[in-house]
Design a protein around this ligand. Structure first.
Ligand code: PXP
Length: 246
């Protein structure tokens, strides 16, 4: 199972102080340096979400990473003409299409592919024509998995936020939803990834879910990095993920 390290929150910390001073030589911490440290420690890809409001990652970060980080880049983006233009210029290896609303603190809920099928399909077509592999971030719902397959995207990323926040019986129910969605995705020959809210504590519970090819993990790794450094935080996660039976 591969690890995509989401470094958005390195940029969150920088923006908290330097949003209005983007050219300051003091601007820190550096998302690029975090990515290079993650790469050296064995991360398999770097994920960034360039949001419409540019609250953390800036376009400049995306291009710097593209040019200077050796790992594949996964750009998370909303389905919009502006983001599509950025993606076509940036040409990351992967794009993950996510829902986006300004009010949310972080991505809440998966992309409703079922109700936006034509719009999402058109976006997937443009990206794939440019040679970019496309993933759809969806709730673990069989209807959404089937719709994702119809768009022509090659991958789904199952939203694990509800799983991460659930306790006891509710967590078991969330695991069952993830298992069903993962089986459905694999049955439709989609690569099945997962992400959101995964941390060092809840990771083992996810091992019941079959067919997982890649996990995208951000907040927990960046938080752990504050204590042990990015390299060690990534190594610890990779070591824990090596127990996945699939
Ligand atoms: N995957 C997607 C599509 C996301 O939007 C996010 C959050 O930006 C993540 C994974 C990572 O979530 P977390 O920061 O909770 O690990």
């Amino acid at each position: 199972m591969l690890l995509g390290v989401n470094i958005d929150h390195v940029a969150t910390l920088r923006q908290a102080r330097y949003a209005l001073l983007p050219d300051s030589p003091n601007a820190e911490p550096s998302p690029l340096q975090a990515a290079l440290d993650a790469a050296e420690a064995g991360a398999d890809s770097i994920t960034i979400h360039v949001r419409g409001d540019r609250r953390h990652m800036q376009d400049r970060d995306a291009f710097e990473l593209r040019e200077q980080c050796p790992l594949p880049l996964n750009l998370e983006m909303g389905v919009s003409d502006g983001m599509l233009a950025l993606a076509l210029e940036l040409k990351p290896e992967f794009v993950c299409l996510v829902p986006e609303s300004r009010e949310e603190v972080t991505t809440e809920g998966g992309l409703d592919v079922l109700s936006r099928l034509d719009e999402v399909k058109a976006c997937v077509d443009r990206l794939r024509t440019a040679g970019i592999r496309v993933s759809l971030f969806i709730d673990p719902d069989v209807g959404q998995v089937e719709a994702a397959a119809e768009t022509g995207g090659e991958m789904i990323e199952l939203h694990t936020g509800c799983f991460a926040n659930a306790l006891g019986d509710e967590r078991s129910a969330e695991i069952e939803r993830l298992i069903d969605a993962a089986r459905c995705g694999a049955g439709m020959e989609l690569q099945v990834n997962a992400g959101h809210g995964i941390n060092y504590g809840n990771l083992p519970a996810l091992f019941e879910v079959p067919h997982l090819a890649e996990l995208n993990i951000g907040h927990a790794i960046v938080s752990r990095a504050m204590r042990v450094g990015m390299g060690e935080a990534v190594r610890e996660m990779k070591t824990a993920m090596a127990q996945y039976p699939g």
